[in-house]
Design a protein around this ligand. Structure first.
Ligand SMILES: [Zn+2]
Length: 349
């Protein structure tokens, strides 16, 4: 009987694509309206904080709010000190804007340090990329020639969707200009569904960029760039959430960490033993070459196809027994991305 076919899934839990909900600038409307909506809907997201914007509401408890979000698993990312166009900034200012913001966020917030960056106005050049590469794992950007959102051209949705595919990072540098999708009032829940249906066929990652929010009582961000009514935000989030079965909704850093872990890993049959009762034990070598040995990448999902009238009754990584779930004639489970033996024990039904 043949060994089970084991494959490494492109995204966590074997989902077909990934969405990272991201909120830029840390506006009052995000702090006071948007964050609550995300929490109530139990949707993960990344807040890219521009430190200077805290001065818009100096009496507001910004750090308490950010710590609360972080403790709940939200990612707090770096969006510079004052939101300059980094392509126009001299190198020294560029370094200051990037490093100082990270330093302040890291010193005020408990938990993992800041891991990802979003370029102000989405704009970057080689110099900015070089600076961000020190101390971050990835960055979200507006890539020229790539979609900036639906805008006035919803009929071009398929064209935009095709820009989001799995192999978006062929080099280390590519992780520092991951293309983003701008979401404003022009985007409808139907657009999001159509976009993602298409992106799923290419297993893409779509970082969706939101800005300010307002409602009847809180005009807050109303005059700001790409601001939307809170009800619009809720409707868009509902359409994102409805894709949950097929699309991994996560933070930007988790998506980057999974993508990195998958790119650095492979799995191959190493050894097996047939038992007299028809069962067998298969051992696979999981290789994972992590250039960031000091950073914990994301657990990987593996799927093993079990045939020949057998079923799996035990999965382990090294000496650790793993939980697994049955999906059709497969079992699916998560492993940590480091070099180790992944073993499966099968029995006849
Ligand atoms: Zn911004």
């Amino acid at each position: 009987m043949g060994a089970p076919d084991v494959k490494l899934e492109k995204w966590f839990k074997g989902k077909s694509a990934a969405i990272a909900i991201t909120l830029d600038d840390w506006t009052p409307g995000q702090a006071m309206l948007g964050a609550d909506v995300l929490m109530q809907m139990e949707l993960p997201a990344t807040f890219y904080v521009t430190l200077h914007n805290m001065q818009m509401r100096p009496s507001y408890g910004h750090w308490e709010r950010l710590q609360q979000l972080k403790d709940l698993g939200y990612e707090i990312g770096n969006h510079t000190m004052t939101h300059p166009d980094l392509t126009q900034a001299p190198t020294q200012q560029c370094i200051y804007e990037i490093n100082e913001a990270k330093k302040i966020l890291d010193s005020h917030l408990k938990g993992v340090p800041v891991e990802t960056f979003a370029y102000p106005h989405g704009r970057f050049n080689n110099n900015a990329v070089e600076q961000v590469m020190h101390g971050h794992l990835g960055a979200r950007a507006f890539v020229p020639g790539m979609p900036t959102g639906i805008g006035k051209w919803p009929e071009h949705l398929n064209y935009y969707a095709d820009k989001f595919f799995y192999d978006f990072a062929n080099s280390e540098k590519d992780y520092f200009s991951v293309s983003q999708f701008r979401v404003n009032d022009d985007v409808t829940p139907e657009h999001i569904k159509r976009l993602m249906q298409r992106v799923m066929t290419k297993n893409g990652l779509v970082p969706m960029v939101f800005h300010g929010f307002y409602d009847e009582e809180n005009s807050l961000d109303k005059e700001m760039y790409d601001a939307m009514h809170l009800q619009t935000f809720i409707a868009l989030l509902e359409s994102i959430k409805s894709l949950d079965e097929q699309v991994w909704i996560t933070t930007f850093t988790n998506a980057v960490k999974y993508h990195r872990a998958a790119a650095a890993s492979s799995i191959n049959l190493k050894w097996y033993e047939d038992y007299e009762d028809g069962g067998a034990r298969y051992e696979f070598l999981l290789r994972s070459v992590d250039p960031y040995a000091s950073i914990k990448l994301h657990p990987l999902t593996l799927t093993a196809e079990i045939t020949d009238g057998r079923r799996c009754n035990f999965v382990s990584q090294g000496s650790k027994e793993l939980d697994f779930r049955v999906v059709g004639n497969c079992v699916q489970f998560e492993v940590e991305p480091f070099e180790s033996i992944v073993a499966l024990r099968l029995e006849t039904i």
